[in-house]
Design a binder for this molecule. Structure first.
Ligand code: IPD
Ligand code: CA
Ligand code: CA
Length: 270
């Protein structure tokens, strides 16, 4: 394993321990609402502190983009992008679908990824150019060729409803053109599941870089494609993302195309 990935895995597992311990007594947690429907608990903060301390010990000159603590030294050559608990709403309800997501960006390119699901003890990892793995076994995207046979995951808008009409139109079309839609509730795991071939594709509007950085590299390294709603780069900035195996990716883009407003196109300013 690449030495930087080894450190990221150590950080993710430590955060997983913090999260699992807290999951045993959800009633005792202090929860606060950042904005409408955007909850954060002391666990999110504690997990992020653990991750940053672990990475900083090994790499004192690296930068960080953390969901809870913001940006630190982001002009550095190496910047870690961290979601300490992806799927907080699930976590707070005891719904067992959430994870830790850590990615490394080197000179603007994603090079290392870890997505760790402490409930299933699933550790998804990738290093650019070296493939994607689940618990040390190589993973590949599915080889399904028809959208009609595909299982597709997505995320519902729940904080910002500015694209709700466009999203519902996409959803309606996807319902008719696929064999099933799922909304598991953790974007990083949704992408990891595409990488593992457990879902054939995924799309979501308006994510943040920490939701998708690690998952996007996993899909890429598992042989899949990732893009914005027109199939271009720039999803890390816009947060509008489509991912899938190479055959399904194009069919997802075609299905979304009639519903794209100007704000959802690649040319939109993020
Ligand atoms: C959320 C989850 C969810 C997605 C949201 C994200 P959080 O992350 O990934 O699946 O639909 O858009 O914000 O807030 O639980 O870290
Ligand atoms: Ca998240
Ligand atoms: Ca989070």
């Amino acid at each position: 394993m690449h030495p930087m990935l080894t450190i990221a895995v150590k950080a993710a597992r430590r955060a997983g321990t913090v999260i699992t311990r807290a999951s045993q007594d959800l009633g005792a947690l202090k929860v606060r609402s950042k904005t409408f429907n955007d909850f954060v608990s002391e666990v999110d903060h504690a997990a992020e502190r653990t991750i940053i301390e672990t990475l900083q010990d090994a790499y004192p000159d690296h930068g960080f983009i953390g969901e809870e603590s913001g940006n630190q030294n982001v002009e550095a050559e190496n910047v870690w992008i961290i979601d300490p608990l992806d799927g907080t709403t699930n976590f707070l309800h005891g719904f067992p679908q959430y994870c830790v997501s850590i990615a490394l960006q080197q000179q603007g390119q994603l090079t290392q990824a870890v997505v760790y699901d402490p409930n299933r003890n699933d550790l998804f990892t990738a290093t650019r150019g070296r493939g994607a793995f689940l618990n040390d076994k190589r993973i590949r995207v599915s080889n399904r060729t028809k959208l009609q046979d595909s299982l597709i995951t997505t995320g519902f808008p729940f904080r910002d409803f500015s694209h709700l009409d466009a999203y519902l139109a996409m959803f309606k079309d996807m319902l008719k053109k696929t064999s099933g839609l799922r909304r598991p509730g953790s974007a990083a795991l949704d992408l990891a599941y595409v990488a593992a071939g457990w879902a054939d594709g995924y799309w979501e509007i308006g994510l943040s870089s920490w939701d998708l950085a690690a998952g996007a590299l996993l899909v890429h390294e598992a042989g899949g494609l990732v893009g914005d709603f027109e199939g271009n780069e720039g999803y890390l900035e816009s947060g509008n993302i489509v991912a899938g195996n190479p055959r399904i990716f194009g069919q997802l883009l075609q299905t979304l195309a009639p519903h794209l407003t100007d704000a959802l196109k690649s040319s939109a300013k993020s």
